[in-house]
Design a binder for this molecule. Structure first.
Ligand SMILES: [Zn+2]
Ligand SMILES: [Zn+2]
Length: 149
């Protein structure tokens, strides 16, 4: 994310936390900022290494607690297939199905709001009375940049 984008994303998150009356501690905010500075998704352990640069006493539970909070609030998504995390590109939008396109070559993760798919999933869920909390579609392949090389 570009630094101007990071600042506006963080401001939006700050405002949402106030509206929801949840606490965005400086540490949670720092974790989110570090994630936003990445070009692609990041694992909890890589995140811990980055966090330790400014907070040497940080431990794995520190990172996991921050990640849990950010996931719960919908500010980030977990990529199960690579066990890593990425900042949501639609922060503040209601629960959405995010389609994540993951480049297996460079690790780039692009998020799209999968609107048509949202409706299909909802229709499917409705047939069995299932209530969707959140869903993430993970699609692997090669990004345009890598193909061009
Ligand atoms: Zn998202
Ligand atoms: Zn790529």
């Amino acid at each position: 994310m570009k630094s101007s984008h990071i600042e506006s994303m963080l401001a939006k998150v700050q405002k949402l936390c106030e509206q929801r009356a949840v606490r965005l501690t400086p540490q949670r905010q720092l974790v989110l900022r570090l994630m936003a500075e990445q070009k692609s998704a990041i694992s909890a352990y890589d995140l811990l290494d980055l966090l330790r640069i400014s907070e040497p006493q940080a431990k794995p539970p520190t990172v996991y607690r921050a990640l849990d909070f950010l996931l719960e609030q919908g500010f980030i998504h977990k990529i199960e297939s690579t066990n890593s995390y990425v900042v949501c590109h639609h922060v503040g939008e209601p629960l959405h199905t995010s389609a994540l396109f993951i480049c297996d070559n460079c690790g780039l993760v692009t998020e799209y709001h999968a609107e048509g798919i949202d409706q299909q999933l909802k229709a499917l869920a409705d047939t069995s009375g299932f209530t969707i909390q959140h869903s993430v579609l993970e699609t692997h392949g090669t990004c345009a940049n890598c193909i061009a090389k």
